[in-house]
Write a protein that binds this ligand. Sequence first.
Ligand SMILES: CSCC[C@@H](NC(=O)CCC(=O)O)C(=O)O
Ligand SMILES: [Mg+2]
Length: 368
Amino acid sequence: MKLTGVELRRIRMPLVAPFRTSFGTETDRDILLLRVVTEEAEGWGECVATGEPLYSSEYVDGAADVLRRYLVPAIVDHPRLDAVAVGSVLAPFKGHRMAKAALEMAVLDAELRGQGRSFGRELGAVRDRVACGVSVGIMDSIGELLDAVEGYLDAGYVRIKLKIEPGWDIAPVRAVRERFGDDVLLQVDANTAYSLADARHLARLDPFDLLLIEQPLDEEDIRGHAELARIVRTPVCLDESITSAAIAADAIRRGACAIVNVKPGRVGGYLEARRIHDVCAAHGVPVWCGGMLETGIGRAANVALAALPGFTLPGDTSASDRYYHTDVTPPFVLDDGHLPVPTGPGIGVQPLPDVLAEVTVASEWLHR
Ligand SMILES: CSCC[C@@H](NC(=O)CCC(=O)O)C(=O)O
Ligand SMILES: [Mg+2]
């Protein structure tokens, strides 16, 4: 493909309710979208970087800068651009995986739209719909949490994930179990809030039969997670730590994780996400699709990824209305606890021009 234009668009999406994790509270999402124009088709990419570098080292302004200054200029003159080429052209630039992922996604979307192939078909989807879990933030009270969980269970979500942190862990898990019973699929996510010294405390979660405990320790502490896994019975799942297929293989071999949360933005794109899926499958490690509060653009691609065979656990692929009153694409609506895998070319959805215009804060052409 020949690139004829790259647009960087910044949008602001208010959340339906504050979303609190162990590293802060979000009330709206400041999101970077990339539109890649080629002679054959246009493609969209969504950068999942957060407003501040609190989930990882990336943040929206930094992603915009590295795309503007380095990543887009590096690919614009490529004679035969495709998504695989993007990864190799950008490899010399260290880090910035979320920025790279957005660019690769936009190129892949354009490439596949031009070929009339869907993301699901390209990535290897084996399902036409995916079972959906939901992530529930830290709340001001147990009562507020139980009301929220009740609402999500009534909506049909097949799995509940509770954000936890020191001081908000055993009690909310116990309350959900006591109120909704032992059959509800339940897991927790600490976003690195604990240390190995908390191992005995975290082992107090074992009686609640959780599916997993996600990223309890620092993202760089692979050894610590391996030691923790020998103390707690609840399966350890890694999120922030897993930034590539090679690191996934190393973490698995070192006993640091029994399950992996796959997030394309965190690992540099959907092609690396598929490689992580393949590595985990080779080691018998189940994966599930994580979320970064994506709009329908990223959500469409995530649902396609979640349809691969190794994605055997419900992901954080919730409906659009989990986070947004109005999505920038036609909304993803939960049906019997599932979302349909888009079948159209590319990501299979298009931004709604009026909604996109309404939420757009800035737009600039990085290449024309
Ligand atoms: C704003 S960053 C949120 C990161 C968090 N994501 C979720 O909890 C799921 C969010 C979603 O449903 O998209 C995680 O660590 O897994
Ligand atoms: Mg997580």
